[in-house]
Write a protein that binds this ligand. Sequence first.
Ligand SMILES: Nc1nc2c(ncn2[C@@H]2O[C@H](COP(=O)(O)OP(=O)(O)O)[C@@H](O)[C@H]2O)c(=O)[nH]1
Ligand SMILES: [Mg+2]
Length: 217
Amino acid sequence: MTDDIDAKLIEAGRKLFAGDWQFIWAAPAIEQLPPMAGLEIAFAGRSNVGKSSLINALTGRNSLARTSHTPGRTQELIFFDGPPNSGLRLVDMPGYGYAKAPKTQVASWTELIHKFLQGRASLARVYVLIDARHGLKDVDLEILKTLDRTAVSYQIVLTKTDQVKASELAATIAETEAALAKHPAAFPHVLSTSSRSGTGMAELRAAIVRLLEERGA
Ligand SMILES: Nc1nc2c(ncn2[C@@H]2O[C@H](COP(=O)(O)OP(=O)(O)O)[C@@H](O)[C@H]2O)c(=O)[nH]1
Ligand SMILES: [Mg+2]
């Protein structure tokens, strides 16, 4: 891809996410999803990895998605509609791997997450968020396995990169990309982001615009 096309995608991404984004729906169970409309992009990851913060950073809004210092807060699938005619929705998913929650609750959130990922025709991409300080864990690999069984494209996004040294980040990227070799359905490259510093936001917005263009939305 030439720099020219890159610059165009970056600008289109900036415009798309500078538009009006609105909360539209919260689904506590798989039977309560909103009617499908346009394409959906979901953000999955462990509790506290930075899903809601990433949605806020992408849209340039401080409190579109509710962030929390307490893990395990978002137990619903939260849907946000993009600007009118954008044909795009973002989905903030419940966090997985929250060890302190009661087992039955964990089981029901896990089921909700896996069912949504496997059964939603309008779901066009899943970004699986991984804390740059921790790297891939077993619970993350479970999600990758589920995604391998779907037709949904997915990519790993490292979060909180402001918290690690450049050398540490490079090692985590290399380890994560090596692990992805076992998951051919995944994008082979990982994106590095920080919602705090804004690192990677322009690239992520551009990647989303490219997806919309590919799907003819
Ligand atoms: N340093 C730093 N902290 C972050 C970043 N993104 C999120 N956090 C913090 O991580 C915690 C959990 O974030 P949240 O977005 O609620 O995570 P979620 O549970 O995955 O939705 C909050 O205290 C955020 O302020 C980041 O890029 N850098
Ligand atoms: Mg959240």
